[in-house]
Design a protein around this ligand. Sequence first.
Ligand code: SAM
Length: 347
Amino acid sequence: MAEVRKELGESFSYDDEGFRMSTPVIIANYKAKRLKSRDIADLGAGIGVQALNFALFSDRVIAVERDAARIEYLRKNAAIMGAGNLEIIHGDSLDRETVKKIGKVETVHSDPSRSKAGERWSFEDLSPNPLSIVKAYNCDKFSFDLPATFPQEDIPGDWEVEYISLFGELKRLSTYGGSARIFHKSAVALPEEERVTGGGESHSKGELVRKVPLGLIYDLDGSLSRAGLVLDFIHEKDGLFLIHEDRQNVFLTSEVQMRSAFLRKCYRIVDSARSMNEVKSLLRKHRAGKVVIRRSMDPKRYYDEKRRLEEDLVGGKILYLFEFSGIFYLAERMKDGSEFKQLKAKL
Ligand SMILES: C[S@@+](CC[C@H](N)C(=O)[O-])C[C@H]1O[C@@H](n2cnc3c(N)ncnc32)[C@H](O)[C@@H]1O
């Protein structure tokens, strides 16, 4: 809540559900710049975070919302923000009356409500349904926000897919169609707006993967693995290699420190061991007080293993435990590795 208040003013009004579903302000601002139009319709506008950002960049914005209470918040917020170019329609976006009222607009956008019915996301779980919007509205450009875990293979092939992360955390999957499409597939790290794109070219994994880490280890931003662009990213960076990839984590390694918004956290290896007993004695030698386990393991065993490693430790340092090809590595977090925190503090 603090983020919305800080960015949009103390008097911004919302209901809890409307706030929970709203677009983070930095993402809303980025999308508004990207979709700058003569006229843009936001279908299912909620409390209006995205619509009000559209109003900063586009000439005319039409926001449609069917929820009676939320539309009042939207009205109040538009008045507070002095958004004179924002028109509000209370109704269902797919209703013929609404479609007629909006008429021909350059761009249609929707960040639909989500309620998953089955095991995997489908367009039927989204309201308004993006596929029905494309059929009902006749526009040059369109864009839909989908859940980040929406199956990529179910998205029409002529839509661009863009995975967006904010301060290193994967937040959403945006799609773009018609002339709003620029790339085939991309990942964007905000607030830096660093982008990795891929057109499906295959990179030979062999040259980009190492079994033994170099001096530094990085956590890779989740947007790249979701997008399937990990190798495209590494390919562009000389001296950067993939060391481990599973469903939870992707770790990269290099000798010299690399700078990128996608390299969230950087660790420097301080020692290595072949057994857990050796790890325990190295933790004492390095005067560690706490250990963060980053090796792949059964989450149920995490706290037992952490307790066993930390018993008898008296030091003040935090060390991170990795495991690659059966060897354990102890590492410390590089202080200047996270520019995100500094940037976050400035915002
Ligand atoms: C995820 S929220 C949108 C949040 C918005 N992007 C923001 O930044 O505040 C989706 C909204 O769509 C509305 N909605 C769902 N189906 C709709 C429909 N068929 N027509 C109009 N509004 C709809 C819901 O009431 C909800 O407020």
